[in-house]
Design a protein around this ligand. Structure first.
Ligand SMILES: [Mn+2]
Length: 428
């Protein structure tokens, strides 16, 4: 007995990308932005057909809102039709963005015998489906749950049942849109890992959280296509193959066309500003080539620069503008940098600063004196007293806050001393 399925979730058809204004735009990238969702969705459909999977689980938030726009409905309907033609079954549940009540029978007119199931469309809770393999043997049980409204704050597990005796030899799957160990104010269908474990299923196809994750058999597929700077990294689907009742393949497969990334680059070992530009380019080239065989066509990258460098004062806006153009050219418009965060520091030669007889040496020696530092801090903290009180720190948090401020200020002072010394050396 063997079968395979795809777990996909949070497709959010109709959801716009955010923060694109920060990226350069031209006719080629505009076209990518416009077609990305549609193409990511079609990548998934093509993959399902090529792999001849037995069924597909769609774990909610297929649409971004209850008001399904025409384009989004068309994308979904055409995709589902292709799957139906191939005899691939689809089980789709509602999420908090596309509640069950929003699924109109006129749009999704699939009859009882259809391979496409919008779960709970007729009944309210816990639909159960038995799936057969190509030879007609029973292989899996899908326990699926959808909710009528956009908010639902009960634990969904109480609507599920552990497998019946005759189902125990089959592969049991829980399909639900839920907030696992959610910390938010208004969690949607909140539950814990332990609640799910107790149900004794073999796989949980969850939706709601947009970053893909896997804790054994409990998995979030994540959103199909990242749409903002928080949704970094690869996005796609989970492909699962089951042989003799056990998962034999469990793979995440990227399907995204546009990808947000954050990268840290340490400039410590670069000799000058050109070397740093080349190092940034090397990192971007690496990022692109690592994902060469994937569907991704455009990388939107936020770069965080760290390390201590001699040419500290050359890392400025002019350099950033230059880098953005340089990367766009070198990557043949496959990569855009949205933001460069400058966390570099001047490579301060402490010995030179220490022995400096001018301002730099003076400042350096002064900030080694703990009493002096505390005195300055106390005077300054009086003026930001309101802010500190508003933060409502406990003792430990306050001490952490204080030492962080002092350390950062000290660091800035030392950097400044380094710059002063460097200037003096240059001038002499
Ligand atoms: Mn959701």
């Amino acid at each position: 007995m063997s079968f395979s399925f795809i777990h996909i979730s949070d497709i959010h058809l109709g959801r716009p990308f955010s923060g694109l204004s920060e990226y350069s735009s031209d006719s080629k990238t505009d076209e990518i932005y416009k077609t990305a969702i549609n193409r990511a969705f079609n990548n998934f459909i093509d993959f399902a057909i090529e792999k001849k999977v037995d069924f597909i689980l769609i774990s909610g938030d297929t649409f971004d809102s209850n008001e399904q726009d025409f384009d989004s409905k068309l994308i979904l309907k055409n995709g589902l039709k292709k799957l139906e033609n191939e005899g691939i079954k689809v089980f789709l549940i509602a999420g908090n963005h596309d509640c069950l009540a929003s699924y109109n029978k006129n749009t999704f007119d699939f009859n009882e015998n259809s391979d496409i199931k919008i779960v709970g469309l007729n009944s309210n809770f816990n639909d159960k489906f038995i799936v057969n393999d190509k030879e007609g043997n029973k292989t899996a049980v899908i326990h699926a749950l959808s909710f009528r409204e956009n908010s639902f704050n009960e634990n969904p597990c109480k609507y599920f049942k552990t497998p019946e005796v005759e189902e125990k030899s089959l592969f049991n799957i829980g399909l639900v849109h839920c907030d696992l160990n959610g910390q938010k104010d208004s969690p949607y269908a909140p539950c814990s890992y332990a609640d799910l474990e107790e149900l004794n299923y073999d796989y949980f196809a969850l939706g709601h959280i947009h970053i893909p994750s896997k804790t054994g058999k409990i998995q979030y597929a994540g959103t199909l296509q990242g749409r903002n700077t928080k949704e970094t990294g690869a996005h796609g689907i989970k492909y699962i193959k089951v042989e003799n009742g056990k998962i034999s393949e469990d793979i995440f497969i990227p399907m995204d066309v546009i990808r947000y990334e954050d990268i840290d680059i340490d400039l410590s070992n670069t000799a000058d500003i050109t070397a740093s530009a080349n190092l940034i380019n090397d990192n971007i080239t690496d990022l692109i080539s690592k994902n060469e065989n994937q569907t991704c066509e455009l990388f939107l990258v936020r770069v965080n620069l760290t390390g201590c460098v001699k040419y500290f004062d050359e890392i400025n806006n002019e350099f950033f503008m230059g880098i953005i153009d340089f990367i766009k050219q070198e990557s043949h418009s496959k990569c855009y940098i949205s933001q460069i965060i400058n966390n570099t520091q001047v490579l301060a030669d402490i010995e030179t600063i220490k022995s400096d007889e001018g301002i730099a040496g003076g400042i350096y020696n002064k900030i080694q004196d703990e009493n002096f530092v505390n005195e300055v801090y106390n005077t300054e903290s009086e003026s930001i007293d309101k802010l500190i009180k508003a933060c409502d720190f406990n003792d430990e948090e306050y001490q952490l806050f204080k030492s962080e401020i002092i350390n950062q200020t000290k660091e800035s002072c030392i950097n400044l001393c380094g710059l002063i010394c460097a200037d003096e050396t240059e001038g002499s």
